[in-house]
Design a protein around this ligand. Sequence first.
Ligand SMILES: C[S@@+](CC[C@H](N)C(=O)[O-])C[C@H]1O[C@@H](n2cnc3c(N)ncnc32)[C@H](O)[C@@H]1O
Length: 225
Amino acid sequence: MNRLDNRLMLCAKMVRRGSRLADIGTDHAFLPVWLCRNGVCPSAIAADINPDPLERGRQTVAAAELSDTIELRLSDGLHEIGADEADDIVIAGMGGELIASILDDCHYSRDPEKRFILQPMTKSEELLRWICENGFAVEAQDCCEAAGKCYTVLRIQYTGLTQNADELFYYTGILDPEQPCHRRFLEENAARLDKKARGDKRYAELANRLRQYCGAPCAENEEIL
Ligand SMILES: C[S@@+](CC[C@H](N)C(=O)[O-])C[C@H]1O[C@@H](n2cnc3c(N)ncnc32)[C@H](O)[C@@H]1O
């Protein structure tokens, strides 16, 4: 396993060189194997809540002859990962709300030295809401396409400054609509808001504001406040 797909590669790029890694919800352990094999991380804990994915991870680690460098650990979120065991923590491939609850349950997530690299599969806006309301800042955010889908990855750090961000920010993050891949992610968010607007008209206004953010004209017959 020498290559990561674009989604995991984007996560890998956000990990700081020299940091000890914890990969939460590791499944095949592709990410920690790549990071340790390529000298980015000196060690890693590959953790999963379920024994079967952990066993798959164990096989990947053994095949890469990295059993001395990467420890496999059964853990619900960060419960079994000590505060002094990892610097950079990746939580990828889960829903935004689950990622937020894993961070919320971790007693040391509010350590400004740590970095959390997060890749929500759904509801990235709920994750961003949690980030803002709980004193974290988005240090980096990027997007990629993999298997025809568009994903975002965020790196966050605790600053202690809680923000009541404009609702729009939960859909834009710090993405730049001038970058085609970012733009695609933002447009997909606008399309999701259109669907929500069928049940609640307030989302129509948000969808239009998001399109304006992208530089596109508003949908016809929609009022902008
Ligand atoms: C879709 S896989 C993602 C694998 C890999 N991180 C990736 O992004 O390709 C999600 C993994 O998260 C694990 N998982 C779900 N909830 C978890 C939790 N609370 N703590 C740790 N692992 C969890 C699942 O068992 C599963 O192996």
